[in-house]
Design a protein around this ligand. Sequence first.
Ligand SMILES: NC(=O)c1ccc[n+]([C@@H]2O[C@H](COP(=O)([O-])OP(=O)(O)OC[C@H]3O[C@@H](n4cnc5c(N)ncnc54)[C@H](OP(=O)(O)O)[C@@H]3O)[C@@H](O)[C@H]2O)c1
Length: 293
Amino acid sequence: MRWLVTGAGGLLGRDTAGLLRARREPVTALDRAALDITDPEAVHAALAAHRPHLVVNCAAYTAVDAAEHDEERALRVNGDGPRLLARACAAHGARLLHVSTDYVFAGDARAPYPEDHRPGPRTAYGRTKLAGERAVLSELPHASAVVRTAWLYGVHGPSFVRTMIRLEASRDTVDVVDDQRGQPTWSADLARTLVRLGPRVGDDVTGVLHATNAGEATWYDLARAVFRQLGADPGRVRPVGGAAFPRPAPRPAYSVLAHGRLRNLGLPAPRDWRAALHEALPAVREETPRETP
Ligand SMILES: NC(=O)c1ccc[n+]([C@@H]2O[C@H](COP(=O)([O-])OP(=O)(O)OC[C@H]3O[C@@H](n4cnc5c(N)ncnc54)[C@H](OP(=O)(O)O)[C@@H]3O)[C@@H](O)[C@H]2O)c1
């Protein structure tokens, strides 16, 4: 099976393409310079040239706060881009595995969101990602799937975990939000799930699925876990309310995704976020540049 990964320069795209290469799967990995998913001719040319059986779309406009003032551009990348990819896949007989986000939900639940819960995005980013989901599923209903994830961290790219590693080395105490709850998710675990799902897209894998690490945590819980694993005193992390860090885009108070569809497909249950962090942190730390004094 030939794979094509878009957004291959990003946090998730790099891990997904890297995993496929490590497994000696035929993969074409295109970063934004190699393929702008908002360019219809370039998208068709890429599919014609590489003839993938499956496209994994990891490209996105992910600047959640910037999107509040730049929704048009975010919509081009997160809404129009996936639509173009889906149309090109339809024209070239390829399937599409598209990545989306917990931000399509309102984030005010009290129990994990099942896949079929009604979306209600409260941010520009969430609205544009929901537009992308809908475009993919309507253009290519029988040959696509949407995987929603959340709170990613990994070896590549900026993330909360990398920020905490840097702050642990440079600050005595760190104030961290303790009234927002989600699922810290290691991008390498998500990449493994995408690679398992890929060959089944269009067969028993269609529609929307949730893929995050299991369990739930506040940012405060996650920061303390990082400190503890670094051998630092978790007491140096101090809990504060989200109101202490006002942001242009409101952050969800409760944004936990249920994994019903993964379970029904017989995939291995996602492991707890703590176990994933335990395995991931040495490599993430290794790749996190120290702050220059
Ligand atoms: N990170 C998270 O916590 C998180 C949480 C939930 C869902 N997700 C979803 O997970 C997926 C992967 O996100 P990520 O964390 O890997 O984000 P990322 O590191 O920002 O990667 C996204 C990549 O897409 C590229 N890109 C932007 N515009 C493009 C365009 N027009 N054409 C082609 N590529 C373009 C970016 O390139 P440039 O850097 O050059 O702009 C970047 O390399 C996205 O769908 C995102 O919505 C992420």
